[in-house]
Design a protein around this ligand. Structure first.
Ligand code: DC
Length: 231
């Protein structure tokens, strides 16, 4: 190195996909924080556009109405893994996007191709602007949004484990109802025509059913470090 400058590490793009309740968000945030990378929760963006549709009285069961409104909301994602943020037209929607109403409607809104192309474009521009690289979590990141990602991870877990984890987050919820809702949302997300939830051919699958969160984080950090070392 000339002038004693620190060696620069090339930016790394990590795609983490999988169904709900596999530990995607907790893992992605922790991996990004540990490695000094940015972090993007793409589910939050689909939730944000769904919140906007509901708030503005768009009939979400009418795909033409949803398509016509797809470009209207201004969605801004803050990518610091220590405190990710999301605003719509300048309004902080971090709380409202997690309501049952938004959760039950997000699969319908996110199946509309105009919504997907709009949000995909936004995701690509955020990833391209991340100085050290980024961990992007979602359902179609490795297959569609960032097919050239340096590393692709696909997290899985049994439906029982996923429902139990979600119930831990939603205090007092009925575990059977949570399990049914998760299965229904996964089926909708996996069967839609445009960029469904799917494992990319070159993704590393990690089954988290019997792993603790620290174990999953360590596994992914090791995979990123190996990639960076060119192994
Ligand atoms: O990760 P999450 O549960 O917050 O995601 C909410 C919904 O957003 C999910 O049911 C499907 C949709 N989604 C998507 O279609 N594509 C992504 N890349 C991320 C989420």
């Amino acid at each position: 190195m000339e002038n004693g400058a620190a060696p620069t590490v090339p930016a790394v793009i990590v795609a983490i996909d999988g169904p709900s309740g596999t530990g995607k968000s907790s893992t992605s945030k922790a991996v990004a924080a540990q490695l000094g990378l940015s972090y993007l929760d793409t589910g939050a963006q689909y939730r944000a556009i769904t919140w906007w549709m509901v708030t503005n009285g768009i009939d979400i069961d009418d795909p033409h109405a949803v398509a016509a409104a797809a470009g209207k909301a201004e969605i801004v994602s803050g990518t610091d893994p220590a405190g990710p943020t999301i605003t719509v037209d300048g309004v902080d929607v971090a709380g409202p996007i997690r309501t049952q109403e938004v959760t039950s409607k997000v699969s319908t809104v996110s199946a509309v191709p105009e919504v997907r192309s709009r949000i995909t474009e936004l995701q690509r521009s955020i990833a391209a602007a991340a100085p050290q690289g980024i961990v992007v979590e979602g359902r179609d990141i490795g297959t569609t949004v960032l097919p050239d990602a340096d590393l692709k991870i696909f997290l899985t877990a049994s439906a029982e484990a996923r429902a139990a984890r979600r119930n831990g987050e939603l205090k007092g919820a009925d575990v059977n109802a949570t399990r049914e809702a998760l299965i229904k949302r996964d089926a909708a997300d996996s069967s839609r025509k445009t960029s469904p939830l799917a494992k990319a051919d070159d993704a590393v699958e990690v089954d988290t059913t019997d792993l603790t969160l620290p174990q999953v984080i360590e596994c992914v950090v090791t995979l990123v470090e190996e990639k960076r070392a060119g192994k």
